[in-house]
Write a protein that binds this ligand. Sequence first.
Ligand SMILES: *Cc1c(COP(=O)(O)O)cnc(C)c1O
Length: 370
Amino acid sequence: MHVHLARPDITVREWQAVKEVLFSQSLSMGPQTRAFEEAAARYVGTKYAVSVNSGTSGLHLLVRSLEIKKGDEVITTPFSFIASSNCILFENATPVFADIDPTTLNIDPDRIEEKITRRTKAILPVHVFGHPVNMDAIKSLADYYHLMIIEDACEAIGAEFHSQKAGTLGDGAVFAFYPNKQITTGEGGMIVTDNSEISKLCISMRNQGRGEDEGWLKHERIGFNYRMDEMSAALGLIQLERLEEILTKRETVASMYRERLQDLPEVTLPPVQPNVKTSWFVFVIRLDEKLDRDKIMSFLRSKGIECRPYFSPIHLQPAYRNLFHYRPGSFPVTEKISQSTLALPFYNNLTAEEIDYVVETLRIGIKKSP
Ligand SMILES: *Cc1c(COP(=O)(O)O)cnc(C)c1O
């Protein structure tokens, strides 16, 4: 049996929608993009939604629209996908890491205050694996120190913190639609905000800095080509219409794993917290420190089961070590947890048989481990 780590959930509806765009001959900056943006704003409950060609582009535009620049600092997590910190470097500002909470694996609000300096401009929390950050704590710090909040919701569309949707919890937020995310556009992302100035700047900067009338050769500022195309938007629109169905399927897969793994003392399951709704992005368990995680991973792979050590700490990536001279030990919680995480195959249409196979193989792997 071969079990994939992630798979998109594409139906005949998506196929039909993309085909219609191809026949319409309107392939960029057209009705699908506008419809997808309107639907996204409506779903999240923000005034504005601006589509872009990746989550990374969206984060970059948010940082830039907040005028974060050289000399400024942004506090963020070292336990994330590298884009959440790279977007700060793109504008020559400095990412300042705060270690994580060992339960939620999100940035630990109690470790943020000690990192705030005169240069701090913003906090960039990431809802890691779709589990919302404790935004009450982040917001009160941001209010007290007059900091902006950039919400990396790339893994968390549909998640809620105290019944408030991810994407509405900061000054601006970004969702990502790479094929392993909850919903996909192939490549793509969406910025959401209630701030008209941020929205205006993002719309201009994704489109070569054109002004509001989008006059073809009138460029008011330096911008980029971060536009989403019409095929992607058509795909995203259907996926967004199917979001509740998709999230329910993912919830079901997560509970099937939970049921089958709960009696294993060597396994820590993903957190469940009151007042929080997780939008399942991946299913990441943690293995007892005494086990050899990498050996268990090789064993699973030898049995046709794809798996990953999510995440490898950002500060220990060669690119960051070269720039900032981080060493092992800089963020001990992140580093320790990174050595024990294991992302199991996780996607909408994973069957009970496949889950049984993964769990049985994992049990054998754990028994074989020293
Ligand atoms: C997926 C993801 C992004 C953006 O990814 P793209 O591949 O650029 O769409 C950003 N931050 C996090 C935490 C992510 O998981």
